[in-house]
Design a protein around this ligand. Structure first.
Ligand code: CDP
Length: 247
């Protein structure tokens, strides 16, 4: 977000990638894609490509991090060096630490951690290709991977952003819009209750603009949540079919 607020990002009601202001990028979700993980998910969101893997509940190591009353939740967001235009230096940086922290805090409020004292539930999110919105894509994929691992949760967390581009409130900001737009508001919610688990704002929004952006982001979340549920349903239908064929 440069704050420059370029114009010409919306022409005749259409954004540069052809979307209407309230339109999502195409989202594809697949559950159960990794053999060695307890749960996994591959997600494409426009030009974003992310993979989430969940391990656990398993022994919490190092032992001094064990909590006698609840599981530890570990969330590691990592960007591949080749995921962005200018090669990213491998390993953690301030940005990935921040994203890991806010994502972990969102999930800690939904996973029944108290069911697994002394254990660890480890979530790894690998961004293979980035085009703005990767924290939302990562959290959305992580939540499907947690469900795929059979980890008990209050609901599936879903995330989506809205923003302000060319003086208009739009859903699901892409990279060009993120660079040259005026605001980006990623949120994560629990679809069943609408409870907000994560909200960050980069840029400036007037109160009315904020209300509209929040409303659009929630609508986006609800659409993506449908796709999360479909992905999990597909995975278990396949498993059920395979089981029937064996019998
Ligand atoms: O990805 P998200 O929108 O959640 O986070 P951001 O910090 O607002 O980053 C926006 C976008 O900037 C990322 O999705 C990447 O496409 C890009 N980026 C980059 O090109 N190089 C980096 N080291 C970090 C981010």
């Amino acid at each position: 977000m440069s704050g420059k607020g370029k114009t010409d990002l919306i022409v005749n009601g259409k954004r540069l990638d052809g979307r209407k202001p309230e339109e999502l990028r195409p989202v594809k979700i697949q559950a159960g894609v990794l053999k060695r993980a307890d749960g996994s998910c591959y997600l494409e969101w426009g030009e974003n490509k992310v993979l989430a893997a969940v391990f656990g509940p398993r022994e919490c190591l190092p032992k001094h991090e064990q909590d006698p009353y609840r599981a530890r939740l570990l969330y590691r967001y990592n960007m591949a060096p080749f995921s962005v235009e200018d090669r990213k230096r491998p390993g953690p940086d301030r940005r990935s630490q921040e994203i890991s922290k806010v994502s972990r805090e969102a999930l800690e409020r939904v996973v029944f951690l108290e069911n697994f004292p002394k254990a660890s539930i480890d979530v790894f999110v690998e961004v293979l290709q980035a085009d703005a919105g990767t924290r939302c894509a990562g959290l959305t994929a992580a939540s499907v991977a947690l469900a795929d691992a059979g980890i008990p949760m209050r609901d599936i967390v879903v995330a989506c952003a809205a923003g302000k581009v060319d003086n208009e409130i739009v859903l699901d900001v892409n990279k060009i819009e993120d660079n040259d737009g005026q605001a980006d508001l990623p949120i994560a919610i629990l679809p069943r209750t609408g409870e907000v688990l994560l909200m960050q704002l980069d840029g400036i929004l007037a109160p009315e603009e904020y209300k509209r952006a929040l409303q659009l982001a929630v609508e986006g979340c609800m659409k993506v949540n449908e796709l999360q549920r479909n992905a999990l349903r597909e995975k278990y239908e396949k498993l059920a079919d395979a089981g029937e064929q064996k019998e």
